[in-house]
Design a protein around this ligand. Structure first.
Ligand code: AMP
Length: 610
């Protein structure tokens, strides 16, 4: 048992990462392209093929409606919520309501649940790890944002099952980061982990000492991340363009996808340089059939101004966490920065000012979470108990009581696992059942919180009101997942109740998906990557070649157009050479440029024909 491998997976909004402990040390496993992180993207190509990771990302600009990114923002969410409504407006792929009030995604006419999409990504990380270890890995520890609620955790666990993994533990991302930071070091410190990724923000305060990692408090926002910074740039570009040309680029799906692409790129560049040029040739056509280009220069200063309130929001949450941890502001010894967004210089500066100390340089923001997960995985199957993790629940758990109020049973920031019992009595004569509504959150009105589910205790003895007593026990596991048990105190009869379909999937659906995914694994392991990539590249080449004469005629008049055509020819040549040489890495690198070219060509032609 002690030697069984457990992989640690950081299932990120933007990128995912997998690690495993080897010779007592956590090691991040690179994917086939040699990258240590893999884009959390899934697409269905025109051929019906499923594409995951880099290959999905590279074709995103040409296939925006069938390419899923940032699905972590949707996992475990209910359809009828403001968050999902805002996603519907801003995402290029189509969302529909699922049969259990959950969110589903439509790709090429086929409906997928969000855990299923997450499963495809987990499966990809499993394949990466299998290749490295030369073994079929079965067990995993998967990380989630600390602020995820029960539904989001349950959905992540289900995704693991669909991917053919036994998720032995779900752990919180900041906790995992702290674990990687403190592992094997003889330290006694209070550490703040500030984790800003693509879609979520978390902060946790931990005490580390003697192999014990105790979380004192945690808080966050599951809808605040790099995507919001990108949106600020998109709006800045689109507003400027609208001011100049009177056209709103956000209304054009293809233009919007291109804007999104350059916005993220510019944001990342501005972490290293002070100013960056943004060029989107032939972004749209004016009412007089004139091709329009977007050209702008964005400075780091402007970006900092635009995003300053987003950073403020994270710092307000930090202040709350410090208060909840009951330590003084200067009681923090180290600050760890986790997540790709923490590369932004303004963010580093503001965090340093807030905590009054320079953030620790020793951790890799993209890799530390997966490393921590692998350490926890190894500890869980090891006989040596050298790591003890004591985490907390991010949300209070309770029930709705008379008047619609929320009665808290388990307080926010309680150490997990934990349980609490509550005795319910009948309120009417001859009442044979009791309905209990379970919620998570901090609002005094139950309905303002997240409803986890409702259950009915039935078969109670007929008796005058108040006579029958039922003890209900609420449990939160070390994964942060809720379960409920009920016991008739008179008869001692127990009923175990699962909070219904919190992840949006029924048991039957999960079993079916597990079966489907096994077939896909067999297909993938047969090693079709080059063929997949070649097929995709040839499709794009054919499209570019078909459009060349028309595009050349439209745009070659301008020097701008002349350069664009020349560049496109170069890209096509490179792709053809890579196909001839059967060079997968080269082909993968060219695929992105091919995608951009197709998209630009389509844009030029579509706007002119319109
Ligand atoms: P993660 O979810 O931790 O992979 O973080 C991804 C987020 O970090 C995305 O929004 C990226 O655009 C952002 N990011 C990655 N690199 C940088 C960088 N150098 N500067 C600013 N943001 C970055």
């Amino acid at each position: 048992m002690g030697s069984e491998k457990v992989i640690g997976i950081d299932l990120g909004t933007t990128n995912s990462c997998v690690a495993v402990v080897e010779d007592g040390r956590p090691v991040v496993v690179p994917n086939r392209g040699g990258y240590k992180t893999t884009p959390s993207m899934v697409a269905i190509a025109d051929s019906g093929k499923r594409l995951v990771g880099h290959i999905a990302k590279r074709q995103a600009v040409t296939n925006p409606t069938n390419t899923v990114f940032a699905s972590k923002r949707l996992i475990g969410r209910k359809w009828n919520t403001p968050v999902v409504r805002s996603c519907q407006e801003s995402l290029p792929y189509k969302l529909v309501e699922g049969p259990h009030g959950d969110v589903r995604i439509v790709l090429h006419g086929k409906v997928f649940s969000v855990p299923e999409i997450a499963a495809f990504i987990l499966q990809e990380t499993k394949i990466i790890a299998d290749g490295h270890l030369g073994d079929d890995v079965k067990k995993a520890v998967v990380t989630v944002p600390a602020y995820f609620n029960d539904g989001q955790r349950q959905a992540t666990k289900d995704a693991g099952r669909v991917a053919g993994l036994d998720v032995i533990r779900i752990i919180n991302e900041p906790t995992a980061a702290a674990l990687a930071y403190g592992f094997g070091r003889d330290i006694e410190r209070t550490v703040a982990v500030y984790d800003l990724g693509g879609g979520t923000f978390d902060v946790s305060i931990l005490e580390i000492g003697g192999g014990v990692f105790e979380v004192l408090s945690t808080a966050g926002d599951t809808f605040l991340g790099g995507e919001d910074f990108d949106h600020r740039i998109i709006d800045w570009l689109a507003d400027g363009f609208q001011h100049q040309h009177g056209i709103d680029l956000r209304r054009d799906r293809m233009a919007l996808q291109r804007l999104k692409d350059v916005a993220e790129k510019a944001k990342c560049e501005l972490s290293a340089v002070r100013e960056t040029e943004i060029n989107l040739p032939f972004i749209i056509t004016s009412g007089h059939d004139e091709a329009l280009h977007l050209q702008a220069s964005l400075t780091r200063e402007t970006l900092e101004e635009m995003a300053s309130d987003l950073i403020d929001r994270t710092l307000e949450i930090c202040a709350r966490t410090i208060q909840d941890a009951e330590i003084e502001g200067d009681g923090v010894d180290d600050v760890l920065l986790v997540g790709g967004m923490t590369r932004m210089p303004a963010l580093q500066r503001r965090v340093a000012e807030f905590f009054g100390l320079e953030p620790s340089k020793g951790v890799h923001p993209d890799e530390v979470v997966a490393m921590g997960a692998s350490i926890q995985g190894a500890a869980l199957v090891s006989d040596k108990k050298d790591v003890l993790l004591l985490d907390v629940t991010p949300h209070s758990l309770g029930i709705m009581i008379v008047g619609g109020y929320f009665h808290t049973l388990i307080e926010q920031n309680s150490t997990v696992p934990t349980s609490k019992s509550h005795v319910f009595t009948t309120v009417k004569d001859d009442q044979t059942s009791v309905k209990i509504l379970v919620f998570q959150g901090e609002h005094e009105r139950a309905e303002q919180n997240e409803m986890l589910g409702e259950f009915l205790l039935t078969g109670l003895r007929r008796a005058p009101k108040g006579e029958v007593e039922v003890e209900v026990t609420f449990q939160i596991s070390a994964d942060g997942i809720v379960s409920v048990k009920a016991k008739d105190l008179e008869t001692g009869l127990e009923q175990s109740i699962t909070v219904t379909a919190t992840s949006g999937l029924t048991e039957d659906e999960i079993v079916q998906m597990v079966e489907d995914s096994q077939e896909y694994m067999v297909e993938l392991q047969a090693g079709r990557e080059f063929e997949q990539q070649r097929h995709e590249a040839e499709r794009m080449l054919a499209e570019i070649e078909g459009l060349f004469p028309e595009v050349t005629e439209i745009i070659s008049g301008s020097s701008f157009g002349h350069d664009a055509v020349k560049k496109a020819r170069g890209v096509c040549e490179r792709a053809r050479r890579a196909i001839a040489k059967k060079d997968l890495t080269e082909l993968e690198e060219t695929a992105e440029a091919l995608g951009r070219t197709v998209n630009m060509f389509r844009g030029v032609v579509a706007k002119t024909r319109a």
